[in-house]
Design a protein around this ligand. Structure first.
Ligand code: NAP
Length: 280
């Protein structure tokens, strides 16, 4: 039997109704969430992400500002802009669109954002709080993955979750959140040996590699929940890290690309932005 499709599109639609309502309630209290996006250069993929975020803000009722800076901008200029946004009481959430050009120190810039306005959850303070299980802004993609698994009713307590990828924005944080859900977690990376042997043990398998069709059907435990985080462009088409057509015949649940985790990431950004405005 073919796997149950975890549709980010459908889950986004459901969440949107509640987000519109919550934004309206904030507005009625005189609170107007405003998301400022700092965009450096004109990376085509980033342009698409920023446009998607902007479209969702419009749908929810969140105000927005996109600050565009040239690709050769100096560290000081971006820091000054972040300081200005930090000090502007009308701005309730700030995100710096990644990746940044090489001359900029990403960690320093992310650390410059006030933690209470950090809607991406990338500030070291928020990442540390997440590690400790304290309330904080959670990174959007990992938060979206957990949301998807819960929404679909995938059992997590005691399940073996295998994460392929150990980046600071996906692999590591999602592994920590799965641990908080009482999964037994294994993190794999490019130096992992006998990868397929490990992935075949996963009741939950998260693919955050960045390589098209990396996860093949023989790497998946029958009935597993497979979450595809990858965004790869092959012949101009967006495709995930999972060989969807074949893996869906083995897995119990599978998220598609497009229309899966990407949608949840933007939805969770809206959640974080509403929550940050509430805190302000
Ligand atoms: P990343 O920083 O490049 O990390 C990729 C990870 O994959 C690394 O930890 C790397 O291991 C591991 N890896 C590479 N080759 C491997 C192999 N042969 N076997 C096992 N592990 C291997 O990427 P990322 O930022 O986490 O993103 C991953 C993918 O998700 C990308 O396609 C990205 O575009 C996508 N993404 C999607 C969303 C969304 O909203 N849908 C959000 C964020 C990212 P090492 O650490 O050893 O190098």
């Amino acid at each position: 039997m073919s796997a149950m499709i975890l549709s980010g599109k459908e889950m986004e639609k459901e969440l949107l109704a509640s987000q519109i309502e919550r934004c309206g309630q904030l507005n009625a209290r005189g609170i107007h969430p405003l998301l400022a996006v700092v965009m450096v250069g004109d990376d085509p993929a980033s342009e698409i992400y920023v446009r998607n975020k902007s479209r969702m803000c419009d749908a929810v009722g969140i105000l927005q500002q996109t600050i565009r800076m040239p690709a050769d901008v100096s560290q000081e200029s971006v820091e000054r802009e972040i300081d200005r946004l930090n000090n502007d009481p009308a701005v309730t959430g700030i995100l710096v669109q990644l990746p940044l050009p090489g001359q900029l120190d990403e960690n320093q810039l992310l650390a410059r954002i006030l933690p209470q306005k950090d809607v991406d959850g990338f500030h070291a303070l928020n990442a540390g709080k997440m590690l400790r299980g304290e309330a904080c802004a959670l990174a959007c993609t990992p938060r979206g993955i957990i949301y998807m698994l819960k929404k679909a009713g995938v059992p997590m307590e005691g399940a073996h979750a295998v994460v392929i990828g150990r980046s600071n924005i996906v692999g590591k944080p999602v592994a920590m959140l799965l641990l908080q859900e009482n999964c037994t977690v294994t993190i794999c990376h490019s130096k992992t040996q006998n990868l397929a042997e490990i992935t075949r043990q996963g009741d939950i398998l998260i693919a955050a590699v960045g390589k098209a069709h990396f996860v093949t059907a023989d790497m998946v435990k029958p009935g597993a929940a497979v979450i595809d985080v990858g965004v790869n462009r092959v012949d101009g088409k967006v495709t995930g890290d999972v060989d969807f057509e074949n893996v869906k015949e083995v897995a119990g649940y599978i998220s598609p690309v497009p229309g899966g985790v990407g949608r949840m990431t933007v939805s969770m950004l809206m959640e974080n932005t509403l929550e940050a405005a509430c805190r302000e």
